[in-house]
Design a protein around this ligand. Structure first.
Ligand SMILES: *[C@@H]1O[C@H](CO)[C@@H](O)[C@H](O)[C@H]1NC(C)=O
Ligand SMILES: *[C@@H]1O[C@H](CO)[C@@H](O)[C@H](O)[C@H]1NC(C)=O
Ligand SMILES: *[C@@H]1O[C@H](CO)[C@@H](O)[C@H](O)[C@H]1NC(C)=O
Length: 200
C-alpha cells in the first residue's frame, strides 16, 4: 500500500512525536527507493498546534515542545495552509446557511444570557453566567453585541494618552499607544450604555 499510494493524510498530527515523522521518511525511502524526502510522496498533515502536543510521560512543557513535529528538520519542508473559511456555511447554498455562524453565535448569547435587555440589572443573575472565548477580540465583539441589546444611549470615552518624556514622541506615537489593549486597563475607546433610571 505504501509503495502504491500517492498521498498520505495524517490527521491530528500535532500529537505525533517528531521521531515518527522521521521514521516515516526512512520507511518510505526503504520501500520506494527515491532519494527525495518522503521518497517523493505527498504528505498532508492536519492539526491545530494550539490544541494538543505530544504526551511525554513525566515530561516538562520544554520536553513536549522538543518532541513536537515543528522541532523536526523535516518541518522546514512543510507548506502551511490556514483554514479560515467556514466550509459548512460555504457548501450549503440556502439563505439561512450564510447566516449559520452568526445564528450560532446569537444562539449562544440567547442561551447563556436569555432576555438580557430585561435582566442586565440583576447582578445575581449576571454573576452566574459567562461566555469564554479564545481571543480577546472575540470577547470584545460578544460584549459589544450584548451591549447593543440593552436600551440606552451609547457613550464613547476615549483615553487620554501622553508621553512623559517628550523626546520619546517619535518612538511612541499616540496612534500606537491608542492601539494597545493592556490587561487590567480600560480600552482606548471605551463604549458604555447610558441607562436612564426611573427614580419616581
Ligand atoms: C528524509 O529522507 C531523505 C531521503 O532518504 C534523506 O535524505 C533525509 O536526510 C531524511 N531527512 C530526515 C530529517 O531524516
Ligand atoms: C423577559 O423579562 C421580562 C421581565 O422580567 C418578562 O416580563 C418577560 O416575560 C421575559 N421574556 C422572556 C422571553 O423570557
Ligand atoms: C464589556 O463592555 C463594558 C462596557 O463597555 C466594559 O465595562 C466591560 O469591561 C467589557 N467587558 C469585557 C469582558 O470586555
Amino acid at each position: 500500500m505504501l509503495m502504491q499510494c500517492k498521498l498520505i493524510v495524517w490527521d491530528e498530527c500535532t500529537v505525533a512525536h517528531k521521531k515518527s515523522l522521521e521514521a516515516l521518511n526512512f520507511t518510505l525511502k526503504n520501500l520506494r527507493r527515491y532519494n527525495n524526502i518522503f521518497s517523493g510522496l505527498m504528505i498532508f498533515l492536519a492539526g491545530d498546534f494550539r490544541q494538543m502536543l505530544p504526551v511525554i510521560p513525566r515530561g516538562t512543557p520544554a520536553n513536549e515542545l522538543n518532541a513536537c513535529l515543528k522541532a523536526q528538520p523535516l518541518w522546514n519542508n512543510v507548506k502551511t495552509l490556514s483554514l479560515t473559511t467556514n466550509m459548512r456555511v460555504q457548501h450549503q447554498n440556502s439563505q439561512s446557511a450564510a447566516q449559520f455562524s452568526k445564528q450560532l453565535l446569537s444562539a449562544v448569547i440567547e442561551n447563556v444570557f436569555p432576555n438580557i435587555s430585561e435582566n442586565y440589572q440583576n447582578y445575581d443573575w449576571l454573576s452566574q453566567r459567562a461566555i469564554l472565548a479564545a481571543k480577546n477580540n472575540d470577547v470584545q465583539g460578544l460584549n459589544f453585541t450584548m451591549q447593543s441589546k440593552i436600551d440606552g444611549d451609547l457613550v464613547t470615552y476615549k483615553s487620554f494618552d501622553t508621553i512623559t518624556n517628550p523626546d520619546d514622541v517619535v518612538n511612541y506615537p499616540t496612534e500606537f499607544l491608542n492601539s494597545l489593549e493592556l490587561p487590567g486597563f480600560p480600552p482606548h475607546n471605551l463604549q458604555s450604555k447610558l441607562v436612564h433610571y426611573d427614580i419616581s
